[in-house]
Design a protein around this ligand. Structure first.
Ligand code: FAD
Length: 284
């Protein structure tokens, strides 16, 4: 199933999961996928570390199982920065042979100590390569507050436009904690001529340490309401988690009311949290 087609029929709900860190966690992981299936996601995306060829193998194996055994369309993340053209061509063939038709084409995060290959310095290079060699449906990443390395928001939007012009048919946003940034981003994207579906990426703030790390890493701004939450519940993990879930429900419902194309939940393999949020989302 081509992901963009789903947006023509409904508002999309998707989840992002990451491969288990070790072999012993696979049972737990697939139990989560079973629980997620009950929430009727339109697709599940599976992250892939940018550390090279081995990483993509694990992601592909999981994607294949999600699609064939759980019958949920899978979107495979493919970061190109540490891969050569030849390696990507082999991967594309493997992905195609697995029956997966949807790829999230990424530059990827640079992994210290691993050589950067020159073939795919930007996601657009990878999109161009995929488009010119195979009929995959391609998604891309976008950044409501601008990518952390971009010289300016406007420059980032121009590169995003280029990414869409050469073949990205659907975009998933980086996490953001203040919906205002997403609305401003949508306005700018539409103004420049981007018309593909754009999903809003929401992360439930359920763990103080993890969220602060992510916010710093991705240079995401923290609104007053979240600052207050951190201050109030920062030393009480149970209340913090409940408040974080409530905040994600609030963010999601506001976005749905504003008519967004869809919501991509960064659920970090936590099906319980996903269930609590999805139960309260109205508009699907
Ligand atoms: P690009 O689109 O290449 O953009 C990167 C930077 O380069 C931006 O600053 C942009 O403005 C600039 N740029 C773009 N094109 C050009 C150009 N032609 N010339 C000059 N500058 C240019 N990372 C992983 O490693 N694995 C994952 O599974 C993963 N999943 C993700 C899922 C989502 C939904 C998102 C939003 C991000 C994900 N990431 C993942 C992180 C992503 O790889 C990083 O944010 C990375 O730094 C940028 O990737 P990109 O594909 O957006 O890059």
């Amino acid at each position: 199933m081509n992901i963009s087609e789903i947006f023509k029929k409904k508002k999309v709900l998707s989840f992002e999961v990451f491969p288990p860190k070790d072999n012993t966690s696979y049972n737990t992981f697939y139990n989560s996928i079973s629980a997620l299936k009950k929430l009727n996601p339109d697709f599940i995306s599976i992250t892939c570390g940018a550390g090279g060829s081995e990483k993509t193998e694990v992601t592909l194996e999981i994607a294949k199982k999600i699609q064939t055994e759980y019958e949920i369309p899978a979107l495979v993340h493919l970061p190109g920065i540490h891969l050569t053209k030849r390696e990507v061509s082999i991967k594309l063939q493997e992905i195609w042979d697995s029956g997966i038709r949807n790829i999230l084409a990424l530059r990827g995060d640079k992994v210290p100590g691993i050589e950067i290959q020159k073939d795919f310095l930007h996601a657009s290079d990878l999109i161009y390569h995929i488009k010119s060699s195979s009929p995959f449906h391609i998604s891309g990443a976008c950044y409501p507050e601008g990518h952390q390395e971009a010289k300016s928001f406007n420059e980032d939007i121009k590169y995003l436009h280029h990414k869409v012009n050469i073949g990205a048919e659907h975009l998933i946003s980086q996490l953001f904690l203040d919906n205002v940034h997403f609305y401003k981003f949508l306005e700018a994207a539409h103004k420049i001529g981007i018309s593909v579906p754009i999903e809003a990426g929401i992360i439930p703030i359920v763990n103080k340490k993890k969220i602060l790390k992510m916010v710093n890493l991705c240079k995401v701004s923290v609104p007053k309401a979240v600052e207050i939450m951190i201050e109030k519940y920062g030393n009480d993990p149970v209340s913090f988690r409940s408040a974080g879930i409530e905040y994600a429900i609030y963010q999601g419902n506001e976005l749905l009311k504003e008519g967004v194309d869809g919501i991509h939940l960064y659920i970090l393999n936590d099906a319980d949290t996903a269930e609590k949020i999805c139960k309260e989302l109205s508009g699907y």
